[in-house]
Write a protein that binds this ligand. Structure first.
Ligand SMILES: [Zn+2]
Length: 479
């Protein structure tokens, strides 16, 4: 499952979009969506309206590998599918950053609008910084907060069912105390989701249902590691969904943009609302598979910003993995029938690795979370990137047999020269370029004692998490 690539060289962009030139755009229109039952797909239509009245249409689809519920033909989960749509269309909007989004596809409550305004602003602040966008309308003193206007046909507004609750301030219904029979767990290829899979088992969940969002289409089938992780965890058959984007038009736009003088390296589109898309797609999949809970594997360091601000907003390239997002997405999705939470938010990353080594040791040869993976279907660790350095160092610290980590990479990375700069960054001896690796191992080991109370662990899961936390293995840093 791809993640937004880390920002490379904050503040190095030299070309800002000009609101007066041919590549400036005015309005994004979230036009409509439809459920196509024969295609097992939810299809979203977006238009970007340029001056002078040139319309660029885009189609994006969420394609399931299984049938959608028959009940949706008469009673679709409209509020959830509109929220999913806002996450989906963000992948077009980031290409244009229009100051306005007009929503014609359906209803969003005022609280829903505020939620998405914040997600677009804080979740895409890295995108604004990379591309040196100071205001959405290109004017000095302008804003980075998109103006979302909901324009629903009056007839539709009469017939569209109102959501059960629309205010994010309302307390969500109490979660069940007893262990649920079915929990959906979004999986990638890394240690975090493998840890969550095992955590659910340890808590007594009868059926763990993996969820995988593929981008590009076919990603699941191409990489053996995803299947191997689910097989090792003994899960139910995974719910696989393809994110079908961008359309040919989107690619054409970017080809035009890159062909212009001075724009060869821009537009940098690497920062996306991927975790937000996963959250809302997984919630939709949870309804398809009859799961009340969606347990993601976002840990506490996602709350930390990148140490820079842009347009008055703190840049956090993991905003949609942070607790701030999690809490609001939880409140958004709970009235839709889904309890969305992170099963790792009470832990720092180093604690997750320690838990992983105890809970999911058999998964060590199966996982991958490399930033620059190699080989067919990107299934091999590169052994040179920041993530390889971090995961190797942490696994070496917590696995009792040193060759276990070496076997994964086929080498002892501490003895190879290519990755030395990355270890220097981890140890604070060199300026870091990878924002998410923000703590030296020495400092990280001290974090083993910390428990984050800002979490949404359900009452049936918290005792298991507390027990694991108390049983943690203390290690002494290598001098
Ligand atoms: Zn790597």
């Amino acid at each position: 499952m791809p993640k937004a690539k880390p920002a490379k060289g904050f503040g190095t962009a030299t070309v800002a979009p000009n609101p007066q030139d041919e590549c400036s755009f005015e309005t994004t229109v979230f036009d409509k969506y439809e459920i196509n039952f024969s295609a097992k797909a939810i299809r979203y239509s977006v238009q970007v309206i340029r001056k002078p009245k040139i319309i660029e249409p885009f189609g994006l689809s969420i394609v399931f590998h299984e049938a959608l519920p028959e009940s949706w033909k008469t009673d679709p989960p409209s509020r959830l599918l509109m929220g999913l749509g806002m996450a989906v269309i963000s992948h077009v909007w980031t290409g244009f950053c229009t100051p306005t989004i007009i929503v014609r596809a359906g209803r969003l409550s005022p609280d829903d609008v505020r939620f998405w305004q914040d997600v677009y602003t804080y979740g895409l602040c890295e995108h604004f910084l990379i591309n040196q966008i100071e205001s959405l309308d290109g004017r000095a003193g302008g804003t980075l907060i998109v103006d979302i206007r909901v324009v629903v046909d009056s007839d539709e507004s009469k017939t569209t069912p109102q959501p059960a609750a629309t205010t994010s301030a309302a307390p969500p219904p109490a979660a069940a105390v007893s262990v649920p029979k079915r929990v959906m767990v979004p999986v990638g290829g890394g240690k975090d989701s493998a840890t969550v899979l095992q955590l659910m088992r340890k808590a007594g969940v009868a059926q763990v249902v993996p969820f995988f969002l593929a981008d590009p289409t076919g990603e699941w089938q191409q990489c053996w590691r995803y299947r191997a992780v689910c097989a090792a965890a003994g899960t139910e058959a995974p719910c696989i969904v393809d994110f079908d984007w961008p359309s040919a038009n989107y690619q054409r736009f970017h080809a035009i943009k890159r062909s212009r003088p001075g724009m060869q390296n821009k537009w940098d589109n690497s920062a996306r609302l991927w975790a937000a898309l996963c959250a809302f797609t997984a919630a939709t999949a949870a309804l398809v598979r009859d799961c009340e809970y969606v347990a993601v594997g976002n840990e506490r360091s996602a709350n930390l910003g990148n140490g820079v601000s842009w347009g008055g907003h703190v840049v956090n390239h993991q905003y949609d993995k942070s607790f701030a997002f999690e809490a609001r997405a939880h409140a958004y999705l709970r009235p839709c029938g889904v309890y969305y939470f992170s099963a790792l938010m009470h832990l720092w990353d180093v604690q997750v690795v320690e838990h992983f080594c105890r809970l999911a040791r058999a998964f060590v040869p199966l996982i991958i979370s490399c930033n620059e993976p190699l080989g067919r279907a990107n299934s091999r660790w590169c052994g040179q990137c920041e993530k390889c350095a971090f995961v190797f160092a942490m696994l070496s610290a917590f696995l009792s047999l040193p060759h276990e980590a070496m076997a994964v990479w086929g080498d002892d990375l501490l003895e190879t020269t290519e990755i030395f700069p990355r270890f220097d960054e981890l140890c604070g001896r060199r300026e870091q370029v990878q924002a998410e690796l923000d703590r030296a191992p020495e400092a990280s080991l001290a974090l083993l004692d910390e428990w984050n109370d800002d979490n949404l662990l359900p009452s049936w899961l918290e005792p298991t998490c507390r027990e694991l936390f108390q049983e943690r293995v203390r290690v002494t840093p290598v001098k």
